[in-house]
Design a protein around this ligand. Structure first.
Ligand SMILES: [Zn+2]
Length: 426
């Protein structure tokens, strides 16, 4: 084994307790999104550590981004450490926000309890364990190879869980991911230490509203129920749309297998009278629902065109309108993302594959994520194609109760990330 590699791996081994402590410290800062709590606190915490390791720290507030307010400012940190000579810049990007706790926990969601090999907490695998592993990897590499070329950047960014507009998108729009400035990006999302995630499927979110007419509930024939109209929409989805989507298969290596086709989730449904606050003890009033809304979440494949994805839904709704008296609807676009897939021959993919093989003794699996992550902004806004997700943790545990990350997995992926730095910057 070459001496620098030996030195890097020894540096990682010596930092195990530090890696555990760092991930615990990050989990203990409850950066809940929504609404976007403690973003500045976590940026300050990471910056204090990185500044001590020679990084120049930029704090960027995404002023005016969705959700940004004085109560919940969208803070981001971009830290950069220059090497001893010119060369490429390798950037590790982690989102610092976490989703709501939800129900069903048996551990303290922000306690970061270490039990055997596991650290428990909201954000443990998605993705504070990944941020900690990247920081330790960069520090270990710099200690073993102080005269390295190029630069290392570590960013901790806001709002990935809500689209990334107050985070990576905002930074990309301001040139932070310009290919002239950054050449390789690794996003340590929990894709598993032996897999390289090349990209993600596309997304279209939309709200569909059916219209009705309010009337007294004892004489519903005097009104027109938007909920019954929505029932017709749901029935048609089952009859026509779901079978159509199930028939569309992709060549993208999406995991899990069930996501290797087009999918559609109905996120929510609201019709008629608004729901009252918890604790309200009154009865409902008798009314015919004058509107009903659903939010749909359609995930599409690299082989599909987003315009056609939208046309499928309007064709279905037009079909209902032709047959169903009084049927009126509206479709509102909420959000869309194009699919993204980095080529297997891209330099960051090849270096990561080689490092995985060195550390784990077997070649990596190549996967594509069913859901999107911040790669979309780095690709579309930043125009940087040399980007992957690679990091510790089990994807299925993300957003679940009793989320955890394995210490052994964090150590292995830190080894891999440090060897990628060696390959690209040594
Ligand atoms: Zn994540």
């Amino acid at each position: 084994m070459d001496p620098i590699e030996t030195a890097i791996l020894a540096q990682i081994d010596a930092r195990k307790d530090d890696l555990i402590r760092l991930s615990q410290d990050l989990i203990r800062i409850p950066t809940l999104n929504p609404p976007g709590r403690n973003y500045r606190e976590i940026c300050d915490f990471i910056a204090a550590r990185l500044a001590g390791a020679g990084y120049a720290c930029d704090f960027v507030r995404a002023t005016g981004a969705p959700g940004d307010s004085d109560a919940h400012p969208r803070w981001n940190l971009v830290a950069r450490r220059e090497g001893a000579r010119p060369g490429d810049c390798v950037h590790f990007n982690g989102h610092h926000d976490v989703v709501e706790i939800g129900h069903g926990w048996t551990r303290d969601p922000f306690g970061a309890e270490l039990d055997g090999d596991r650290i428990y907490g909201r954000g443990a695998c998605d993705m504070k364990g990944g941020i900690a592993a990247a920081i330790v990897a960069a520090e270990a590499f710099a200690a073993a190879c102080p005269d390295h070329a190029g630069a290392i950047e570590i960013s901790a960014t806001a709002d990935e869980e809500s689209g990334g507009y107050g985070g990576v998108a905002y930074l990309a729009e301001r040139g932070y991911f310009d290919p002239a400035r950054v050449q390789h990006v690794i996003i340590p999302e929990p894709l598993h230490k032996d897999r390289i995630c090349l990209g993600h499927r596309g997304v279209w979110w939309a709200e569909i509203e059916t219209k009705g007419r309010i009337a007294h509930g004892s004489m519903p024939f005097l009104g027109d129920s938007a909920i019954r109209h929505m029932g017709a929409v749901l029935e048609e989805m089952e009859r026509v749309l779901y079978p159509l989507l199930a028939g569309k298969r992709t060549e993208m290596p999406v995991i899990p297998e069930g996501a290797r086709q087009s999918t559609l989730n109905i996120n929510s449904i609201h019709g008629g009278e608004p729901e009252q606050e918890d604790g309200y003890t009154g009865l409902p009033a008798p009314c015919v629902a004058d509107r009903c809304r659903i939010v749909i979440d359609r995930r599409f494949l690299i082989e599909e065109d987003v315009a056609e994805v939208k046309r499928e839904v309007t064709r279905m709704l037009e079909g209902i309108r032709a047959r169903r008296p009084g049927f009126a609807y509206e479709v509102r676009d909420l959000f869309e993302v194009q699919p993204s897939m980095t080529e297997r021959e891209a330099p960051v993919v090849r270096s990561t594959a080689a490092a995985i093989e060195r550390v784990l003794g077997a070649p990596p699996g190549y996967v594509v994520s069913p859901g999107t992550y911040d790669q979309k902004h780095i690709d579309r806004i930043g125009r940087l194609k040399n980007c992957i997700a690679y990091g510790p943790g089990i994807l299925d545990l993300a957003h679940q109760p009793d989320e955890w990350v394995g210490v052994g997995d964090m150590m292995d992926s830190a080894r891999v990330m440090a060897l990628v730095l060696k390959e690209l910057l040594c």
